[in-house]
Write a protein that binds this ligand. Structure first.
Ligand SMILES: C[S@@+](CC[C@H](N)C(=O)[O-])C[C@H]1O[C@@H](n2cnc3c(N)ncnc32)[C@H](O)[C@@H]1O
Length: 388
């Protein structure tokens, strides 16, 4: 390590970074930049975005309060006064006024006329997004884990509430439980998997839309969605490609919960496979396998083994798709590296990976031509496709 720092100390790049930082840290330069007509816009942009980071917690809490107080739900039905909103939420009018002021500042609500509130642009988009609303509720346990972030990092992975929510994540300090060893799971019945399966199903439509727009599943004969939860991704695929044969692979308790949901959606023909991709081989027969929001949940050893199993299950020329938010996504670094980096730490396993990480892992597993297929909203998901 010392040797590395010494070598780096001589690099031109490091010297440039240190010089830049000395200038940026100087109050005199900051004052100059704010006053100078050429620098002012950039200086203001950086000051505003830094302030948004500093106050991010307050914005999140204002958002949660607006949702919990029913403001978003009520205004989605039509305009309302602060007094009406206060009464419905059981808040004093002054408290509701304060909340509305905060919600207005982040564009959740706006005033259409004096005393008459309607949804703002962000509030309108949020009001119909069940996935985002479910995530806002779910984040309460993540933010509890994050209340003391240094303690969370010092304590090691998977010590808090999030680890208990994702029952397939290894319990703190233990390896991944074997699916066949019922007692070692924190719970394997429907009660243990239903909450996370419902959350995933609610947030799946935004992901499925991106993947289906980016890749033509019509070129395949049979698709198996591994870790497919209650089948929300397959249901979206079926809508676009009714002729495609579909199969689901997930833990037995999850598959049991998927069966009635698929039947209710008219998809009783989806082949259901209960098992663990850590302990069992993947069933053959599909010429395409999808891993949607799966790999980032698991450590490298598990992912290496899973990709090899996918390779073994596919016929020559078969297709593997990996879809999830990834690290190093230009313009969405916060989603991969900050959000998922800390989320997966709290959960207890996995890490956000870059496209290059997946291309390398797929090559190791024997896949050819792994490449990214661009999606419209890489913040929601990126897509890496490879050939067996
Ligand atoms: C983050 S969820 C993603 C669900 C779905 N693909 C989606 O995007 O909505 C991860 C899924 O992987 C499944 N899973 C986790 N470990 C597994 C294992 N060892 N074998 C099979 N499925 C597993 C979970 O039950 C869960 O349904």
């Amino acid at each position: 390590m010392a040797e590395t720092s010494e070598k780096a100390g001589k690099s031109l790049w490091l010297r440039w970074l240190l010089a830049r930082n000395r200038v940026l840290a100087s109050p005199a330069f900051q004052r100059f930049a704010m006053r100078n007509i050429l620098f002012r816009r950039t200086a203001r942009f950086h000051a505003n975005s830094m302030f948004a980071v500093i106050t991010g917690f307050v914005q999140t809490k204002a958002l949660t309060a607006a949702v919990d107080a029913g403001v978003i739900r009520r205004l989605a039905q039509g305009p309302a006064s602060a007094a009406e909103l206060a009464e419905a939420a059981g808040l004093e009018p002054a408290a509701m006024q304060r909340l509305l002021g905060a919600a207005r500042a982040i564009d959740l609500v706006e005033l259409a006329a004096p005393y008459l509130w309607v949804l703002g642009q962000r509030g309108a988009a949020l009001s119909t997004n069940q996935g985002a609303l479910a995530m806002i509720e779910h984040h309460k346990i993540f933010y509890d884990d994050l209340a003391d972030p240094i303690a969370m990092l010092k304590g090691g992975r998977g010590q808090g509430k999030l680890a208990a929510f994702w029952t397939y994540a290894p319990a703190a300090g233990q390896g991944q439980p074997a699916a066949s060893d019922e007692a070692s799971w924190q719970g394997s019945g429907d009660g243990a998997v239903a909450p996370y399966s419902a959350l995933m199903a609610a947030s799946q439509p935004m992901v499925a839309e991106q993947v289906l727009d980016a890749h033509d599943f019509g070129r395949h004969r049979r698709l198996m969605d591994v870790g497919g939860g209650h089948g929300a991704f397959l249901a979206a695929v079926a809508q676009r490609h009714p002729g495609l044969e579909l199969a689901l692979f997930d833990l037995p308790a999850v598959v049991a919960g998927a069966a009635p949901k698929l039947a209710a959606a008219g998809l009783a023909k989806v082949a259901l496979n209960g098992g663990s991709f850590r302990d069992d081989p993947l069933p053959p027969g599909a010429d395409a396998i999808s891993l949607v929001r799966i790999c980032h949940d698991h450590d490298d050893g598990v992912v290496r083994a899973l990709l090899k199993k996918a390779h073994a299950a596919l016929p020559p020329g078969g297709t593997l798709l990996i879809a999830e938010p990834m690290a190093g996504t230009p313009g969405a670094e916060v989603m991969g590296d900050a959000y998922f980096g800390l989320y997966l730490w709290a959960m207890g396993s996995g890490r956000p990976r870059t496209v290059a990480d997946y291309v390398a892992l797929l090559g190791e597993a024997g896949f050819a031509g792994a490449r990214e297929v661009p999606t419209a909203l890489p913040m929601v998901t990126r897509l890496v496709v490879a050939r067996r």
